[in-house]
Design a protein around this ligand. Structure first.
Ligand code: ZN
Length: 369
């Protein structure tokens, strides 16, 4: 770690990371822990077990708890997560953005149970779901993830990734300078802030890789925690490393980032057509299903329907622009957020909208839908 690149990156981030994070947080909308439909669901406790502002933990079933983040109040967790407690053991879900986030969730679990912890599971490799893993490491808690999670984390966030991040920062700064109109410049500024947040996250913690790799061929995997079974499954879409955790007896699903509820999805690593097929499958689940999304409030099937309509709108607009002969670079900037999605947070234009439009163009070019 002690090489010139790391040092340069450290000093660079010391002056910019707080600003980047603060700016991004200020742009985020305060998020409720649950949608209106779910508030009526008798299984979901109205009082949280704990609420630190940046995240709250509440009971959503028998032995099942959801951690819901509110990034407008702090970025310790950033993603959602949760835990499931049986009579013999517990399973934690997500490593969050920081060890402090993982520690928060661990403390919440210990407030309600003293059972041994079988493992913590990362739903995919992204920084806001894994960079807090180091905390679990200090507690001797095994970390489970899809077989592709550890190699992807190593490549994207590991010690050798410094120069790549520097190039990306430089490219993003150039996009601000080169912007030919205000919209493009605003998108580029937001993108730079988001990138700085990722960098600050990588730089402030030791990347701690999962130590149990789950191969898709070994899934679904049923884990008996004692009087409660959880099923780990893999579905494609958001990244090549996505896992979900289901509690079939109670119709509860932790989707990881296969579901962004009430916000634009991050698609840089996505396979869109597979993702949309996965969402179609989720929409066939029981109407009483509680979904714990990777980001956004707790929801029922209406959250799946909303994300599908976000993708439909992106696809409609991409198709129109493609047919009108608008080049992809321009189309990526010209996507127009419709009135009904105006309140939906966008983590960064180039993590959410840009890659979606580019991928849809690619599908249109190759004759897909
Ligand atoms: Zn993600």
């Amino acid at each position: 770690m002690d090489n010139p690149n790391t040092m340069t990156r450290r000093s660079f981030l010391a002056t910019t990371s707080c600003l980047g994070a603060a700016l991004w947080a200020a742009r985020a909308f305060p998020l409720p822990a649950m949608g209106a439909g779910i508030a009526e669901d008798g299984r979901v406790s109205t009082q949280p077990v704990t609420d630190k502002g940046f995240a709250s933990v509440r009971k959503i079933g028998k032995g099942v708890y959801a951690t819901i983040s509110d990034p407008s109040k702090g970025l310790e967790t950033l993603s959602n997560g949760g835990f499931i407690i049986g009579t013999d053991a517990a399973l934690l879900i997500e490593g969050f953005r920081t060890p402090a986030g993982a520690s928060f969730q661990h403390t919440a679990l210990r407030q309600v149970s003293a059972v041994p912890i079988r493992a913590a599971l990362d739903t995919h490799y992204h920084f806001d779901h894994t960079l807090g893993n180091a905390f679990y490491g200090t507690q001797g808690i095994p970390i489970w993830a899809h077989e592709k999670t550890a190699p992807l984390m190593g490549n994207v966030y590991g010690p050798g990734s410094g120069p790549v991040w520097h190039e990306r920062i430089a490219a993003f700064e150039k996009r601000i300078t080169d912007a030919t109109n205000e919209t493009t410049r605003e998108h580029a500024k937001g993108d730079l802030n988001a990138l700085k947040l990722v960098l600050a996250s990588v730089d402030s913690t030791a990347v701690s890789l999962p130590n149990r790799s789950l191969e898709p061929s070994s899934l679904p995997l049923t884990v008996d925690l004692g009087a409660i079974q959880v099923v780990i499954e893999s579905y494609p879409g958001h990244t090549p490393s996505d896992l979900i955790v289901r509690v079939p007896q109670q119709n509860i699903i932790f989707t990881g980032d296969l579901l962004f509820n009430g916000m634009y999805p991050a698609t840089s690593d996505a396979n869109l057509s597979n993702w949309r097929k996965t969402l179609e499958m989720f929409s066939g689940y029981d109407k009483g299903t509680i979904f714990v999304p990777g980001h956004g409030p707790l929801c029922g099937p209406e959250g799946i329907a909303t994300l599908r309509s976000v993708f439909d709108d992106l696809a409609d607009q991409a198709s129109k622009m493609y047919k009108a002969g608008i080049p992809v670079e321009e189309a990526q900037q010209r996507y127009n957020v419709p009135e009904r999605f105006k309140s939906f947070p966008i983590f960064a234009w180039s993590f959410c909208i840009g890659p979606t439009i580019a991928k849809l163009y690619e599908e249109l070019k190759t004759g897909g839908t």
